[in-house]
Design a protein around this ligand. Structure first.
Ligand code: SAH
Length: 258
C-alpha cells in the first residue's frame, strides 16, 4: 500500500511556533526529512517513531540536492511510509514546496501541505517590527534575494511604497540597496536586518538605505537573516520599550511623514 507525504511548515525555528497540525503530523510520522532552518533539536521526542534524515542546506556546505530530496520523498512513500517533509517557515514561501508537491503528484503519491509561520512575517515581529501599521504602511512585498533583482523589478519595488521584506538577502544587499537608491528610494529610508530570529543569537542591526551595507559589514551580519526596508522599521524595539515610548515613535513618524 502506498504511504503519503506531508509537507510541514515548521515556522522560524522555535518549537512553540509549530502548529498543532505540524505536531500531529510529526507524532505519526515513519520518516522525517528536515531542513536546517526547521526546528529540529527535539525531533526524537516530537516524532518518536520516525527515522530522522537531515537534508539541511547550509550555504556553501554540502546539502542533499533538491531532485534527490524529491526522489527520497517518493521512494519512502511508495514503500508504504508516512513521510513528513519538515521545512523552515511556510513550505510555499520561497521554500520549493510546490516542486515537492508536483514530484508527489507525478509519482501518484498522496500529498498534503501543512502551512507554517513564515519567517518573512515572524522574524520582523521578533524584532518588534510590524510589516503594516495604520498611517505608515498598508502593504508589504516579500522577495527573494538569492539572485540580484533586475533594475525593472527594483523600480517597481521602489515605486510601490510600503514595506519590502527580503529573504536570503545578506549576500545581495549591496546590489539591492544601490539598485533601490538608483530607482529613487530615499537614502534615509530605514533598513533593519534581523539575524537568527527566535534563537539565543537573535540580533537586529538598523541603518538607512545609504549606510546599511557599511553598518552590516562592520557588524559582520550573516545569514540566516531577514531584511526589512521601510518606515515601519522606526517602530523596531526589543520588547523593553514602554508603551509611551512606542507611541512617541509612531507619532514622531507621523510628523516626519507630514
Ligand atoms: N520557507 C521559509 C523561507 C525559506 S528561504 C519561510 O517561510 O520562512 C530561507 C531564508 O528564510 C533565510 O535565508 C532567511 O532569510 C529566512 N529565515 C528563515 N528562518 C529564519 C530565522 N529564524 N531567522 C532569520 N531568517 C530566517
Amino acid at each position: 500500500m502506498t504511504g503519503s507525504v506531508t509537507l510541514v511548515g515548521g515556522g522560524p525555528g522555535r518549537e512553540d511556533l509549530l502548529t498543532l497540525a505540524a505536531v500531529r503530523a510529526l507524532r505519526y510520522a515513519d520518516v522525517v526529512l528536515y531542513d536546517r532552518l526547521a526546528p529540529h533539536d527535539r525531533l526524537d521526542e516530537l516524532a518518536p517513531g520516525a527515522q530522522l534524515i537531515d537534508v539541511g542546506k547550509s550555504p556553501g556546505h554540502h546539502a542533499t540536492p533538491q531532485h534527490e530530496i524529491e526522489r527520497m520523498l517518493v521512494e519512502h512513500a511508495l514503500a508504504g511510509e508516512r513521510v513528513v517533509r519538515l521545512k523552515g517557515g511556510d513550505p510555499y514561501v520561497l521554500g520549493r514546496g510546490g516542486e515537492e508537491v508536483l514530484a508527489c503528484h507525478r509519482a501518484g503519491v498522496p500529498v498534503e501541505v501543512v502551512p507554517g509561520v513564515t519567517s518573512a512575517i515572524s522574524v520582523p515581529a521578533a524584532a518588534g517590527i510590524p510589516l503594516t501599521h495604520r498611517g505608515i504602511s498598508h502593504l508589504f512585498t516579500v522577495v527573494s534575494g538569492h539572485a540580484p533583482l533586475s533594475q525593472s523589478e527594483l523600480e517597481h519595488l521602489a515605486g510601490l511604497g510600503g514595506t519590502i521584506v527580503v529573504l536570503m538577502g545578506v549576500n545581495t544587499l549591496p546590489s539591492l540597496t544601490a539598485g533601490l537608491a538608483r530607482a529613487g528610494m530615499a537614502e534615509r529610508m530605514p533598513v533593519a536586518i534581523i539575524e537568527r530570529g527566535y534563537s539565543a543569537g537573535q540580533r537586529t542591526t538598523v541603518g538607512e538605505l545609504a549606510d546599511i551595507v557599511t553598518t552590516a559589514g562592520r557588524a559582520r551580519v550573516s545569514s540566516p537573516a531577514v531584511v526589512v526596508i521601510g518606515e515601519v522599521v522606526r517602530l523596531a524595539h526589543d520588547g523593553d520599550a514602554s508603551a509611551g515610548e512606542l507611541m512617541d515613535r509612531a507619532a514622531g513618524f507621523a510628523a516626519v511623514a507630514g
